[in-house]
Each structure stands twice: as structure tokens, then as C-alpha cells.
Write a protein that binds this ligand. Structure first.
Ligand code: FE2
Length: 479
């Protein structure tokens, strides 16, 4: 190599290194900016550092919630023991005297908020339909005593909450939704989160998880949950060539681990009395056809064996999309035929940042129709709002833009009564699936008469396909 070509070579290498450096800085800056704008945590402030006191206490549904209950919590790295105490609740303060001590395990995770231990304990051999008190250990301290109720063994009416994407400005805007749901309807049997609970897909975005746990606060520790993994629960590796579930997801959400091989953290089923609840992983299904097929086969076998009166399925991406530019054909190809063949009753979804409810065949003009196949619902709980693609969408009987919503779903022997409520507690949509003795279902359309379809009202829409980004809502008072 001549001196000149050597110099050119070195210059080229230096130029490449510089380009990479600039690119890395841009990626970091973009991440930091997005991070800064999506939470209420001021720049440079550590709001969510793990401490000796347990936080992020989270009850998770097991496969058999009438006899067992899982709990997760977080502490700093000083707490090596994962210990909880549980006792049937009564009015006396000496709960610890008769409490049973249960040991579990923990995982250590380092985030921008420091090293944390994520603990998991499962209470077993519980009595059905019983109020329990429990607490979890910290470093020379405990959490407060929380209370929860196990599922009844016998078939009895129950209700649960279903939330679409919280995702953006979670503490600022999702908190009022989950809290209003609770204020209007105390002690639901459980809560279902249909994915995209947080937003950032770079790094481990621990402040966003901190905000999500703050939004639900003590409700998370007293009402069991089931969680769906959405696309934003997956972290993109550099240049988005690979993806991995958020590092906190499995350690903070114990799932029943009864799904297909390799997908047990995000695919599972729960039997709540005579209702089968199935959680699917649409993110992996849409990335890889083999994952879609594996879940389809697993579900087909599960439903062949099932003799539950009701079957409710939840995944993040919708079978029938509502919003501009959205469509997920692989889910219709691989999953929808199984839902229809086995008579799934209800499919609860998110992702589109709009509201949509309908079925594969539109309802006739009369408000009651013989009904085969599931009712599909898309909803959104957080403030990011997209635009609906088509007001005459043949798959939708009810739609909305720009409404933060929560849903209450009452399940009884002969009826599922579904209601969608705005964050202000106003009924926006309702229907009932009624099942007769032969298993034939009828759909009652119960849309409130005085509520026309809600369209975007924001005069400063950030883009033509979205009403709100969700992050512009929390810029600091000085900006
Ligand atoms: Fe999504």
C-alpha cells in the first residue's frame, strides 16, 4: 500500500467511525427526547429508583384463580429473599399471627433507575370465594397488607375491566381511566390489559413502567390482572433487526405458563368459573407465520377440549382493523377460522387507538340478531388517538375517535353484558350476547340512543391520520 492510499484508507475508516458516532448520538438523542416527552418525570430526576420498600406490587391471575394467586413486586438489590405472608382476612389487626409464609424467587434487572430485584410468589391451596390479606417483604420492612378475593368455585355472575392501550403519557392520562373504572365499579373479578401499556421500544424505559404502576396504584395489588403483550412491550434491538420482550415484562407479570412451547410468557389460558380466557401473542404472530400457526394449533386443541360456557380471547392487534392504514391479514388467515369453528364469544383487542365493535357479519337494522362467531372489540385507554378509516366499515356496528375508554364486562350463566364507558363515566357503547340452553347465541345491540359516533375534535391534529399523538399533552409549563 502506498503512503497516499494508506492515508485514504485511514481517512475512510475515520469517516466511517465519525458517521457511526453521529448516528449513535442521533439514536440516543431521539430516544432521550421520546423518553422525556412521554412521562411526567423531569429530565435528570430519578422518580422510580428501587428502594427497600416494596413497590410495583401486582396480582396476576393464575390458571386456577379459585385456589391460587400470583403476586409480583420490586425492591432494591439488597432484598434477596422473596417472601410473602397470607391469611384469611378478618377485622382484627393481628393478621401476622396466623399468616402463612410463602417463599418464591426473584430476578435481578438493571435499568436506568438502578439495579432492582423483581420478586414472584404464588399462593396455593387457597379457599374459593374467600377474602385474603397478604403482604410482601422488603429490606427490614414489609409492604402494607393488601386484600383480594379468590374466584368462587361455583358458577356465579362476575364482572371484569378491559383496557385498550395506555401507552403514552400514562401517569398523566391513563390514571384517570383506571381510577374512574374503579370508582364506578368496585371489586371487579380481574382486569385485562390488551397490550401497549407503555410506549418506548428502545432501552428498558423504566420510568414508563413506573408510571404505569403508579396509574393503577393499589388496585394492581388488590385486583388480579391478565396482561397481553403488544408491539410496544417488545424492545427493538439496534437498527430494529431483532426484537425481544421488554426485560421487565416477565419478571413483573407472572403468567400461567401453559401456552405453546417458547411463547409461554405471552400466550396462556385461565379458567374463571365457567369462562375460558385465552391470551394470544399477535406481535410474534405477525412477525413470523410459524408463530401464528403454532398458536393456532395450540388454540384449536385447547378449544376442542374445552367445555366452558363462554370463551373470551384477547390479543393486541385486531382481526378487523378500524383505523387508517391498519390491517392484519395473517390473523384473519390463521386465527379467525378457529374462533368461528369453536364459537369464541368475544375477542378483546387494542393497537388501533380508536374504538370499534362489530362482528364478521354486520347486524341487521333490528337491534337483536341470531349470532354466530365472536364479537370483536378494539378499544383505547390512553391519549394517543388515530382516525377511523371508514365510517361505513362493514365489520363495525359502533366506532369512535378521540375517546379514552374503559370497559366493564359482566358475565353470567346466560349473558355477557358488555359496556364501554368514557373516561368521564358516560356510556358510549353496549351490547349483550345471550346464550340459550342449546348454546345458541343472540346479540342484543344496546348502543345508547342519544350518542352519535364520536369524531376527532382537535383543531391541531398533528398528522392527517391521527387526532392526538399523546405525548404533546404533557410538555412542561416552561416550554
Ligand atoms: Fe400497538
Amino acid at each position: 500500500m502506498t503512503v497516499n492510499s494508506k492515508q485514504r484508507f485511514i481517512r475512510k475508516i475515520l469517516l466511517m467511525a465519525l458517521s457511526f458516532g453521529v448516528l449513535a448520538l442521533m439514536i440516543t438523542a431521539t430516544g432521550a427526547l421520546a423518553h422525556e416527552r412521554n412521562t411526567l418525570v423531569p429530565r435528570g430526576h430519578s422518580e422510580y429508583t428501587p428502594s427497600p420498600i416494596p413497590d410495583r406490587v401486582m396480582l396476576m391471575l393464575t390458571a386456577s384463580p379459585h385456589i391460587s394467586q400470583a403476586v409480583n413486586w420490586r425492591t432494591n438489590a439488597e432484598v434477596d429473599q422473596s417472601i410473602a405472608q397470607i391469611v384469611p382476612a378478618d377485622g382484627r389487626p393481628g393478621l401476622h399471627r396466623d399468616a402463612r409464609t410463602v417463599t418464591g424467587n426473584h430476578q435481578s434487572i438493571k435499568t436506568e433507575n438502578g439495579q432492582a430485584h423483581y420478586h414472584a410468589v404464588t399462593f396455593t391451596d387457597l379457599e374459593p370465594d374467600t377474602l385474603y390479606a397478604y403482604r410482601v417483604i422488603g429490606d427490614e420492612t414489609w409492604s402494607e397488607w393488601f386484600q383480594f378475593k379468590t374466584a368462587p368455585a361455583q358458577d356465579r355472575p362476575f364482572s371484569f375491566f378491559y383496557f385498550g392501550d395506555a401507552q403514552n403519557s400514562v401517569r398523566s392520562h391513563f390514571s384517570r381511566v383506571i381510577r374512574e373504572a374503579f370508582m364506578q365499579n368496585a371489586r371487579p373479578a380481574f382486569m385485562l390489559h390488551a397490550g401497549d401499556m407503555v410506549n418506548l421500544r428502545e432501552g428498558n424505559h423504566d420510568d414508563e413502567w413506573g408510571e404505569w404502576f403508579d396509574a393503577g396504584a393499589f388496585l394492581n395489588a388488590m385486583i388480579p390482572s391478565a396482561v397481553v403483550a403488544g408491539n410496544h412491550e417488545f424492545v427493538d434491538r439496534p437498527f430494529r433487526l431483532q426484537r425481544a420482550i421488554s426485560p421487565q415484562f416477565q419478571p413483573q407479570f407472572t403468567t400461567p405458563q401453559n401456552g405453546p412451547e417458547g411463547l409461554q410468557d405471552t400466550v396462556y389460558h385461565i379458567t374463571y368459573q365457567d369462562t375460558l380466557i385465552v391470551v394470544m401473542d399477535s406481535m410474534n404472530a405477525l412477525y413470523d407465520d410459524d408463530h401464528a400457526k403454532a398458536q393456532a394449533e395450540w388454540l384449536d386443541q385447547l378449544l376442542q377440549k374445552s367445555n366452558h360456557r363462554w370463551v373470551i380471547v384477547s390479543h393486541h392487534h385486531p382481526i378487523h382493523s378500524v383505523s387508517v392504514g391498519r390491517d392484519n391479514p395473517p390473523l384473519r388467515e390463521h386465527w379467525q377460522p378457529i374462533y368461528e369453528r369453536h364459537g369464541v364469544d368475544l375477542v378483546l383487542q387494542g393497537h388501533d387507538h380508536t374504538y370499534g365493535r362489530g362482528s364478521s357479519a354486520p347486524l341487521p337494522d333490528s337491534n337483536r340478531a341470531q349470532h354466530n362467531g365472536p364479537v370483536y372489540v378494539v378499544s383505547v385507554a390512553g391519549p394517543k388517538m388515530y382516525m377511523i378509516a371508514d365510517e361505513d366499515n362493514p365489520n363495525m356496528d359502533r366506532m369512535a375517535e378521540e375517546l379514552q375508554l374503559y370497559q366493564t364486562i359482566e358475565v353470567s350463566k346466560d349473558r355477557i353484558h358488555f359496556q364501554a364507558w368514557t373516561a368521564a363515566g358516560k356510556l358510549y357503547d353496549a351490547f349483550a350476547i345471550v346464550q340459550d340452553e342449546k348454546g345458541q347465541t343472540t346479540l342484543d345491540n344496546l348502543i345508547p340512543m342519544d350518542r352519535p359516533i364520536h369524531r376527532c375534535t382537535n383543531p391541531d391534529m398533528p398528522e392527517s391520520d391521527r387526532c392526538w399523538n399523546g405525548k404533546e399533552l404533557i410538555s412542561s409549563p416552561n416550554h
